[in-house]
Structures are given as C-alpha cells and as structure tokens.
Design a protein. Structure first.
Length: 230
C-alpha cells in the first residue's frame, strides 16, 4: 500500500481495515474461496497446457490456428496467452473505473513512505527478482543458443520474476504491517507510551511505569524498526 502512488493511496485509505479470520462462518468462507480459486485455476490450466487430460483426448487443442502478427499457434496456447491478455484488460478497465468513481481522501496512510524510499524499495525488489529469474533460467535451460532454448529461457525468466516480485511484496507487506502495528499500539520511548492514531497524528499519554520485563521487547521493536526504515 505504501509503495503505491499518492493519488491511489488517497482513494484506498478510507477502505482499509483489519482482515480478520475469526468466526466459523468467515473462516469457512475464506477457506472456500481459496479452494474455489485453486480448483478453477487447475481446471483452466488443463486447457492451456500440454500433457493434460483434455489435451490428450481433445485433438483440437493441439491444432494450429492463425493469429495475426503471431502466426500459427496451437489452440491451447491461444487460450493460455489470450486469457492472460483478456484478464489484464478487464482488470485494467475495472481499476480505471474504480479510480474515477472513488473520491480521494484528505490524508495518506499513516507513516507514508517518501518518493525516494518507494523508488529504492521497488528498485531492490525488481533487481532481486531479475537476478533470481536469470539464475533459475540459466540453471534450468542453460544459456540460450537457439530459438527453442530462447523460448524456454524467457518463459522461465518471466515466471520466476513474477513469482519473486509477488513473494517479496508479501514479505515486505507483512514486515511493514508488523512494524506499523507496533507503532500504533505500543511504541515505547523509554518509559513513555507513544501511540499513533489512524490519521497519522502522533500523541503521547502521560508517562507510564512499564514493567521491567517489557523493556527488552521494546528495544527489539525499536531495532527492527530501524532495520526496515532504511
């Protein structure tokens, strides 16, 4: 969230909230949604990849079709790449409509990242993803020297880069949210309880005598905060 442009952040701030798992009905809905997503993904993959049951039994999936610019492509690949393009298009249109229909908030998320920090973070994420993608592609396909090898190399590179970007953002979001929660809840400054409200405005309570057992934890929180604050 903090890595998004300010204009998008202002349109999402009022819609942010805790994602809870509590309650049997809500937990069942979450698990059911995950299972449904897995099932539909696997079902569609069976029509968009070779060596699957539909591919082996329905010869039409292996028949070549002429696609403008791309040339002759097997039907299963038309489904594979076509569904990707259509999905990106639908999501892009939906995002544009949501952006235009949502009124911007007067404030950003609490503790917003500076533009330089966003650039550094995104740069590090992309660099690590590309390095990991190249390492995996070279290890699995070798250095490309011909057209078939080039296609496999590029395929492995793209899939690995996407996966590594996703997982880095998940880890970054998890760590950042932990730090933010500590600041919003118990951000110890010596023996004084420091809190930050949802609007990002800081205030301090009266001094609170904290038990001695709490102080090591407060130092650990402060150290982690310095590490991830760049």
């Amino acid at each position: 969230m903090k890595l998004l442009p300010d204009a998008i952040q202002r349109r999402l701030t009022n819609h942010l909230g805790e994602f809870g798992f509590r309650g049997a009905a809500r937990f069942a809905l979450i698990v059911g949604s995950i299972l449904l997503g897995i099932a539909t993904h696997l079902a569609w993959d069976s029509f968009t990849h070779p060596n699957t049951w539909p591919y082996r039994h329905w010869s039409i999936l292996s028949q070549p079709f002429h696609v403008p610019i791309a040339g002759a492509i097997q039907l299963y690949k038309v489904f594979q790449h076509g569904s990707t393009i259509i999905g990106i298009g639908v999501l892009s249109i939906w995002l544009v409509f949501c952006y235009r229909a949502t009124e911007p908030s007067g404030h950003l998320v609490s503790n917003p990242a500076s533009p330089m920090r966003k650039i550094r973070t995104v740069g590090c994420v992309l660099t690590l993803a590309f390095v990991g993608g190249i390492v995996r592609a070279v290890a699995a396909a070798g250095i490309p020297s011909g057209h078939p090898a080039d296609k496999r190399f590029v395929g492995l590179l793209v899939v690995t880069v996407i996966a590594l970007v996703w997982w880095q953002l998940v880890i970054y979001g998890f760590l950042a949210s932990r730090i933010v929660h500590q600041h919003m809840g118990l951000n110890f400054n010596g023996r004084t309880l420091h809190r930050t409200d949802k609007d990002g405005d800081s205030w301090r309570n009266q001094a609170i005598a904290l038990p001695r057992i709490c102080r090591p934890g407060s130092h650990a929180i402060a150290a982690a905060t310095k590490i991830f604050r760049w």
